[in-house]
Design a protein around this ligand. Structure first.
Ligand SMILES: Nc1ncnc2c1ncn2[C@@H]1O[C@H](COP(=O)(O)OP(=O)(O)O)[C@@H](O)[C@H]1O
Ligand SMILES: [Mg+2]
Length: 235
């Protein structure tokens, strides 16, 4: 197994609280890894440390052995969907992506390509403020894949999606992974991720409680059962 992302002894403290508490985990290249745990478990904080939006209190999080900010061409290495993406509501989906593309030296033809990939071609000329939540999520995904990155880091991309949207996301991520990409996707909805991911990292209260392939972690049960068993039923 080739490690794409290595998290080692990661600690992030806010005040007296360890939002991430000595987290160690490896994410395998070419696989979809679910980063799972209830609200407040520390998922977003760990992902923010990984992409340099928060500074670790101690420990490290690296991508192909480098810190995000030391990557040569970060947009072609890592695409992200984190909670605060700077899309402008008054611009259309296409205009928003063109702004990102221009800043990164990516041609407009790629904007059309990614709009097609996320099935927003017909809505490309609509202002983003008129998009549904699902359309906004897909636009964010389109932004993340603009640079055709090897790694995708997605924080709760299924949030607010209806069952059809979740099924769509599952197929979309699988296609990207089949092309050799590595995907780290967080969710607090364990049941939703059951059929989407190959490997799981489960955290609770900032601490690792399980990691491995789906089979290793859940056996013949469900992710929810495994989580409840691992935490003694305390959510
Ligand atoms: N910027 C911040 N300042 C203070 N506390 C924070 C900050 N960000 C997150 N936290 C706290 O850290 C814990 C983990 O939060 P978070 O990483 O958002 O969890 P998750 O993404 O798993 O829901 C929570 O208790 C949250 O309140
Ligand atoms: Mg979060």
């Amino acid at each position: 197994m080739t490690t794409a992302i290595a998290i080692s002894g990661l600690v992030k403290t806010y005040g007296k609280q360890n939002a991430v508490d000595n987290l160690t985990a490896n994410i395998a290249k070419g696989r979809i890894t679910g980063f799972l745990g209830p609200n407040g478990a520390g998922k977003s904080t760990a992902l923010r440390c990984l992409v340099g939006l928060a500074a670790p209190t101690s420990g490290s999080a690296t991508i192909f052995d480098k810190r995000y900010r030391d990557l040569d061409n970060p947009l072609s290495k890592v695409g992200t969907v984190l909670d605060s993406r700077g899309f402008h509501p008054a611009l259309t989906g296409k205009q928003n992506l063109r702004v990102v593309a221009a800043a990164a030296g990516i041609p407009d033809s790629r904007v059309d390509e990614v709009l097609e990939m996320v099935e927003l071609k017909d809505a490309a000329g609509k202002r983003m403020k008129n998009y549904s939540l699902g359309m906004k999520q897909r636009l964010a995904l389109a932004g993340a894949i603009l640079g055709d990155p090897e790694i995708l880091i997605l924080d709760e991309p299924a949030n607010g999606l209806d069952p059809a949207g979740i099924a769509w996301l599952r197929k979309f991520l699988r296609k990207l992974a089949e092309g050799g990409r590595t995907i780290l996707v967080s969710s607090h909805q364990l049941a939703e991720m059951q059929n989407t991911v190959d490997d799981v990292i489960i955290i609770n209260k900032g601490k690792l409680i399980a990691s491995g392939s789906m089979k290793e972690v859940i056996g013949d049960g469900s992710l929810e059962d495994a989580f409840l068993a691992l935490t003694g039923g305390e959510l």
